[in-house]
Design a protein around this ligand. Structure first.
Ligand SMILES: O=C(O)CCC(=O)C(=O)O
Ligand SMILES: [Fe+2]
Length: 318
């Protein structure tokens, strides 16, 4: 994904191996940029060369193979958590179809998913998916460490939270609309994960609403490979006492080509609690009570709330 046209508005930040190392000179300046971007609009484009274009291409080819499996096989991908398994044929957004690899970026869960989809094995899918998701998870954790560090939050607290994280790797495919069919790929929503890393094939369609209300298109650019969208979800907003913005976004399919997306979403097992460093009792009092991330997902699922875009304030706002 890259920037051009309207998506020029998204900051573009280079995250190198060196700048991900907290003892390097470039770490803190990069951390401040990352934090400012997430506070301003809740997302930015990360140029991350550790994940090379060859691995990206290989992963997207395998994703096409995954979507070619028979429906009865696809339906075996289930989960007790809303949106974590296989989904398709939604009347309100008919173009999208997706799989969820729960426990993404771990070899065990990747093997389990592969064996469920290909009972006779598919080592190429398993090895590539694991290598790819591992690199994306390092970017995800690297970005979180930067935000925590930029706020001056105690490292111990940061480690405790990050060590409790787990991932959902989601594979999405959007077919093109038939005549007279709506072109909405994904309803406008705000993510319920902590942080997300999004990769796409060359087909555009992701639109994000900036804090000022303007919608921008996130345009994949052939001239900037190894570029990924980093996007904050509502739990990160609560953790930061409201300083990180979690943007509304949707997918609209206008062209004649199918869009494929691969996303890695992080979730926390440890309670999410605003760090002391982010509460100034007079001017910036506590705005969110501590909460359990999985309880938040259950709150979203229950009571017919799943189409309400913003739910963190009703869930744990003070
Ligand atoms: O396909 C995309 O670009 C967006 C996916 C997304 O927003 C999601 O899965 O929450
Ligand atoms: Fe999303």
């Amino acid at each position: 994904m890259g920037s051009n046209g309207e998506s020029g508005k998204l900051p573009f930040i280079e995250i190198t191996e060196e700048s991900m190392n907290p003892s390097s000179n470039s770490w803190l300046p990069t951390a401040h940029k990352v934090r400012r971007a997430l506070e301003t609009n809740g997302c930015f484009l990360a140029k991350y060369n550790q994940l090379c274009p060859e691995l990206h291409d290989k992963m997207f080819k395998l994703s096409e193979e995954l979507f070619q499996l028979p429906t009865e096989v696809k339906l075996k991908n289930t989960s007790s958590i809303l949106g974590f398994g296989y989904g398709s044929n939604f009347s309100f957004m008919p173009l999208v179809e997706y799989f969820g690899l729960e426990g993404g970026a771990t070899l065990g869960a990747t093997k389990e998913f592969t064996n469920l989809m290909w009972p006779s094995g598919n080592d190429n899918f398993c090895d590539t998916t694991y290598a790819y998701s591992k690199l994306l998870s390092e970017l995800d954790h690297g970005v979180m460490r930067m935000v925590f560090g930029s706020y001056g939050v105690d490292n111990k607290y940061c480690d405790q939270l990050l060590n409790s994280s787990f991932y959902l790797m989601r594979f999405l495919k959007y077919r093109t609309p038939k005549v007279d069919e709506i072109n909405l790929g994904l309803l406008p929503h705000v993510d319920k994960n902590f942080l997300g890393i999004i990769d796409t094939n060359k087909v555009p369609g992701l639109e994000i609403q900036m804090k000022d209300g303007q919608w921008i298109t996130c345009q994949p650019s052939p001239t900037t490979p190894s570029t990924f969208l980093v996007i904050a979800g509502e739990p990160f907003q609560a953790w930061s006492n409201g300083r990180i913005f979690a943007p509304l976004h949707k997918v609209v399919i206008t062209g004649t080509e199918e869009k494929y997306t691969i996303a890695l979403f992080s979730f926390m097992r440890e309670k999410i609690k605003v760090p002391e460093e982010l509460i100034y009792h007079e001017e910036n009092p506590l705005k969110f009570k501590e909460f359990n991330h999985l309880d938040f997902l259950e709150f979203v699922r229950s009571g017919g709330r799943s189409k309400v875009p913003r739910l963190i304030v009703p869930f744990c706002g003070v």
